[in-house]
Design a protein around this ligand. Structure first.
Ligand code: PMP
Length: 392
């Protein structure tokens, strides 16, 4: 049944249908775009392109309305139960979004002796801004302690007990990642709130979950959701921060004075429409099944080591833990070489250290990452597994 649902969706990606000999397996780096997104951008640029927020004529007013409607669209996409109290800030991606939360909110909120808990082994974009905020405050004479939110050995997700051990009465903020960009693990973030208690703001790096699975701010009970539009089927240079009506100071992003990426925002709203119509729950089921097909195939090949979610490779729980990312190493071939070899067979994968903070998984040689989206197929996975088998 899912196959009949997926086939027409795949057909809506022009770059995919134009290249039948190639398999795009790098959606975690950036996604391909369905025709509806390209149409929305072109339609905006050919009917009402103008600057936002300063209009005395119809195109400018239409642009302002488009940006405001896109904010509402982000809220509804994230199942925001109280949209009248939350804010949406458009960015160029997750890196800029997390930086905005650090600079324009966290530094106004912390006082001397406060503590924050942040991930040390996730994407660097979710570590550097918090350390910079600490250093900025230190120069103002405000001492803030940064504690690590640890990943579990083996599975790569967060251990709620390890988080509990990091919390103190001075904990004022927790940064976390929804789905790990190397391990592919669902990080257990729905458990963070019960551990953290009701008062500590939680900021979620949702770069690898928005567009891949239902992301409900209501269910997750977090205060910030930061994501990249370009990883969620929208254009390069797009992203957003959703901020809940906070108990602390309001999030006042300083980046809004300039001209926003209005065409990109038009595309982002169209991408969210497309994703909701396709069904993020079905996208999740489809891509998780493909990822399991790949880990099963790799599990039969001695030459490869799969990173993260190791203990669950043969367990039923695997399907709940691993999302649409599978990262692995060949025991004899370097990850860069393997990337080149795989492209010679038509597979586009990422091979390096994936911007992971701390000691990168896979060691010096890095690893090869396969990341999936709705256009990928079981045939692509089977072809990849047979190529990997021939390289044993
Ligand atoms: N966080 C995570 C988990 C990511 O996977 C990425 C992209 N690889 C980023 C942050 C950075 O996103 P962007 O390049 O859109 O700033």
């Amino acid at each position: 049944a899912l196959r009949a649902w997926q086939r027409p969706l795949r057909a809506q990606f022009p770059i995919i249908t134009a290249h039948p000999g190639l398999a795009y397996l790098d959606s975690a780096a950036t996604s391909q775009k369905p025709q509806a997104v390209l149409d929305a951008v072109l339609s905006y640029l050919t009917t009402s392109n103008a600057n936002a927020g300063r209009g005395t004529y119809p195109w400018a007013n239409a642009t302002t309305a488009l940006v405001e409607a896109a904010r509402d669209r982000v809220k509804s996409f994230l199942r925001d139960p109280r949209p009248e109290r939350s804010a949406v800030h458009f960015t160029s991606g997750t890196t800029e979004g997390l930086r905005a939360v650090a600079r324009d909110w966290l530094t106004t909120f912390l006082t001397d002796g406060d503590e924050i808990v942040v991930p040390f082994a996730d994407h660097r974009a979710n570590l550097a801004p918090w350390l910079e905020a600490r250093d900025l405050l230190a120069r103002r004479g405000i001492g803030v302690r940064v504690r690590a939110l640890p990943c579990q050995e083996g599975s790569g997700d967060y251990d709620p007990a390890a988080l509990a051990a990091q919390l103190t009465p001075r904990t004022r903020f927790i940064a976390a990642t929804h789905v790990h960009h190397v391990y592919g693990a669902d990080m257990n973030v729905h458990r963070l709130r019960e551990v953290a208690g009701p008062a500590v703001p939680i900021c979620l790096d949702a770069a690898q979950s928005v567009g891949h699975l239902p992301v409900s701010t209501d269910r997750l009970d977090v205060d910030f959701v930061v994501f990249s539009g370009h990883k969620a089927l929208a254009l390069p240079g797009t992203g957003a921060v959703w901020a809940r009506g906070l108990r602390g100071p309001r999030f006042r992003p300083g980046g809004w004075q300039g001209t926003p990426n209005t065409a990109g925002i038009a595309g982002l709203a169209a991408a969210l429409d497309w994703l909701d119509a396709a069904g993020t729950d079905r996208i999740e089921r489809w891509t998780v099944a493909l990822a399991a097909r790949l880990t099963d195939g790799l599990g039969r090949l001695d030459a490869y080591e799969v990173l993260g979610c190791r203990e669950s490779l043969s367990a039923a729980s695997r399907v709940q833990r691993r999302r649409s990312i599978v990262t692995f190493r060949h025991r004899a071939i370097s990850s860069t070489d393997l990337g080149f070899i795989l492209y010679s067979h038509g597979f586009m994968v990422r091979s390096d250290h994936h911007c992971q903070a701390g000691a990168p998984a896979g060691g010096e040689d890095g690893s090869v990452r396969v990341s999936l989206h709705v256009h990928n197929t079981p045939e692509e996975i089977d072809a990849l597994v047979s190529t990997l088998t021939s390289l044993q």
